[in-house]
Design a protein. Structure first.
Length: 338
């Protein structure tokens, strides 16, 4: 047995040894691996699922094959970074770090618009810089859902650069993201490439052929609308007024219901559109519902936190209109998702 060298990435010795066996064999069936590792097939299946979840192996032509060492190590590093980032973000949120720093910055202000108390229900944000700062902070505090519309459809390249880290952070935390775009997005290659990137990472995207209103809604508790719809650079109105936010959510839902899923690229197979098919991590979570007896087990096998795992499960159950987790797995199989 080789000495473990991946312990610094929190990889168990048995998982590393299993990956080494795959590297030596080049690929094998569960039965062959059971004989080679001197294990029963059930134990091999557990190791196989963990290897796939960790990005160490993939199934091709019925055989479990190793991911190349360079890519495998990069996958392990990405897992570790994602987990560490989530732990740090959760800790920062739990300790109110941003609110505390904002209080320092705004000591001269009569009220902090993002603190947990004494927040104004309505606030005018002047200029693009102030709006972007508000979006940064609202996205940081979002815990369950982000709803956004882009009436113009096309996203400028510099806006994509600004939006990407915010969108990735939201999706990485298991937050449901739904985004509506005007039909002009279909004619812009950069925008469409970014939308497909978001879908691959778990976002839901639709295209509307009817006019849209510009709205950003976070956790159905706060919303941003432009002061001047014809000139968004002028600034925005931030509202936390429950009645107004609820009305904006209803408007978003009506626009969402009238929109269409993102078109399938030429060469994509399957009856589902890109916006309907599950992302890779969603597919793995659906598969785990048929094998893992506990959330902790499923989360560990996939390499995400239990909290993120449960958020994905809840969103998938809602998306599938499933009454329980077993029902969700059955419906996913019927759709050909797993």
């Amino acid at each position: 047995m080789s000495h473990p060298i991946l312990e610094f990435l929190d990889i168990r010795p048995e998982d590393e040894n299993f990956y080494r066996v795959l590297l030596r064999t080049g690929g094998a069936s569960p039965q062959q691996l059971a004989r080679h590792c001197d294990m029963d097939e059930e134990a091999v299946c557990v190791l196989q699922k963990r290897a796939i979840g960790l990005g160490l192996a993939t199934v091709t032509d019925g055989l479990l094959r190793p991911i190349t060492p360079a890519k495998a190590v990069q996958n392990l590093i990405d897992h570790r970074i994602a987990l560490t980032r989530e732990e740090l973000e959760s800790a920062a949120a739990a300790h109110g770090v941003v609110a505390a720093l904002l209080a320092e910055r705004d000591t001269a202000a009569p009220a902090d618009p993002f603190a947990d108390s004494d927040r104004p229900m309505m606030k005018h944000l002047e200029g693009l810089a102030e709006v972007r700062a508000a979006i940064d902070e609202l996205a940081f505090y979002t815990r369950s859902e982000s709803l956004t519309t882009w009436p113009g459809g096309r996203i400028p390249v510099d806006s994509i650069t600004t939006a990407r880290p915010l969108d990735e952070r939201i999706l990485r935390r298991g937050i449901r993201m739904r985004s509506l775009f005007g039909a002009a997005a279909l004619d812009d290659a950069e925008t469409m490439a970014y939308l497909r990137e978001l879908v691959r990472k778990g976002a839901e995207v639709r295209i509307s052929r009817v006019p849209l209103e510009r709205i950003l809604i976070y956790d159905r508790a706060a919303a941003l609308t432009p002061i001047d719809p014809a000139d968004s650079i002028r600034g925005a109105l931030l509202t936390r007024e429950p009645g107004l936010v609820a009305a904006l959510v209803s408007l978003f839902e009506r626009m969402w219901g009238q929109a269409q899923e993102l078109p399938v690229l030429v060469g994509e197979d399957g009856p589902e559109s890109a916006g309907e098919r599950p992302s890779e991590i969603e597919r793995r979570i659906l598969e785990s519902l048929t094998t893992a007896d506990k959330d902790e087990t499923g989360a560990r096998d996939i390499g995400i936190s239990v909290r993120t795992y449960r958020k994905y499960v809840a969103a998938l159950m809602q998306r599938l209109d499933a009454s329980n987790r077993f029902h969700a797995a059955l419906l996913a199989r019927e759709r050909g998702w797993i």
